[in-house]
Design a protein around this ligand. Structure first.
Ligand SMILES: [Zn+2]
Length: 340
């Protein structure tokens, strides 16, 4: 066998081993009179708008008018229930309905984070909006802004080939580009569990979701981290810089928090050199830091009641920048881990 064939085969094997998204979806054929919802229901779904959207995307080329199904054709069944966000196929694009219609297609730019799994938890959600602020007659809810930034972060990480798991999920929000993110209460815990009203039970549910995913992903990736994203609430006139917590006895958690802070410092130096940045890294005993098995860092993005800090969240461009800075901090941490 000539060498190049061996190389080609090796390439295919490597691609197959970590390109889970490349596995073909299941096929199904509709029964008489059956529409997409009924077909999905027959295949074990209680279809959400997210499932429906994924189904349409997967089957664009074989649907009849008004999204009808044509008898005798086979349709691809989406894989939205299994994993929050699979890795994009090498050099290709993957459709993730969770990001909403304008951002659902994610293009893989490189494989910088190909051996990494990130478990992203945006604070609060469901029955609990978290910290609240007001601006120009609009109610600002922590959970909505934290979620939007977390989605943007997830998308950047996917572009670099990471496996990403969204622990808090809102199937019909997606990435939103407005200033005012309307508060709602329909967020779910991965994969799609309703959130308990009781706070302790809600946090237990999230930590259990992270740990179950970690058990499943443990052998597949080398680098596993939990990133928890919140917005703080202080007195209205207190301006705070984004700061970070880690668990006291977690050197890897501390390293991640420090790398996140350093990425923020570097970006402020680059983009607002006059400003200065004093974001701190400290330990704090928090359930989500101690109960999740992979090392974790907790981010407080700013004070939701302070008019100056609010600008950091209400401007969609700023939310995108925060997401990119957090992603840069993670990339730094991955590099530090590789250099060890
Ligand atoms: Zn919070």
């Amino acid at each position: 066998m000539p060498n190049w064939i061996g190389l080609l085969l090796l390439g295919c094997l490597l691609a197959a081993s970590h390109e889970l998204a490349a596995t073909e979806p299941r096929l199904a054929t509709p029964r008489e009179g059956e529409g997409a919802y009924a077909l999905l229901r027959r295949h074990g779904f209680q279809p959400t708008p997210e499932d429906f959207e994924a189904f349409l995307q997967l089957n664009q080329d074989r649907l009849g008018p008004e999204h009808t199904l044509i008898r005798g054709r086979s349709y691809r069944i989406p894989d939205t229930r299994q994993v929050a966000a699979r890795k994009p196929v090498a050099g290709g694009r993957v459709y993730y309905p969770i990001f909403g219609p304008h951002y659902a297609w994610v293009e893989r730019k490189d494989t910088e984070l190909a051996d990494c799994a990130l478990y992203l938890e945006s604070g609060h959600g469901g029955p609990d909006p978290g910290a609240l602020g007001w601006r120009e007659g609009h109610l600002l809810a922590e959970d909505e802004y934290a979620y939007d930034i977390t989605l943007r972060l997830a998308r950047v990480l996917l572009e670099h080939g990471a496996a990403v798991f969204l622990i808090v999920r809102d199937p019909n929000d997606g990435i939103r580009d407005g200033q005012w993110l309307a508060p709602d209460h329909d967020e779910l815990t991965y994969p799609r569990q309703p959130m308990p009203v009781n706070q302790v039970r809600r946090l237990h549910q999230r930590a259990a979701a992270v740990n179950a995913l970690y058990a499943q992903e443990g052998g597949r990736q080398h680098y596993h981290r939990v990133v928890i994203i919140h917005v703080d609430s202080r007195s209205q006139d207190e301006r705070i810089d984004t700061f970070f917590y880690h668990q006291a006895n977690s050197p890897a958690g501390r390293r991640l928090a420090v790398n996140l802070r350093d990425a923020f410092e570097e970006n402020y130096r680059k983009h607002q050199p006059e400003r200065g940045y004093r974001g701190s890294v400290s330990t704090r005993s928090l359930y989500m830091l101690s109960a999740t098995q992979p090392p974790a860092a907790f981010i407080e993005l700013g004070n939701i009641r302070n008019p100056n800090n609010q600008y950091r969240f209400i401007e969609p461009g700023n939310r995108q920048a925060l997401a990119e800075w957090i992603a840069a901090g993670i990339a730094r941490d991955v590099q530090a881990e590789r250099d060890r």
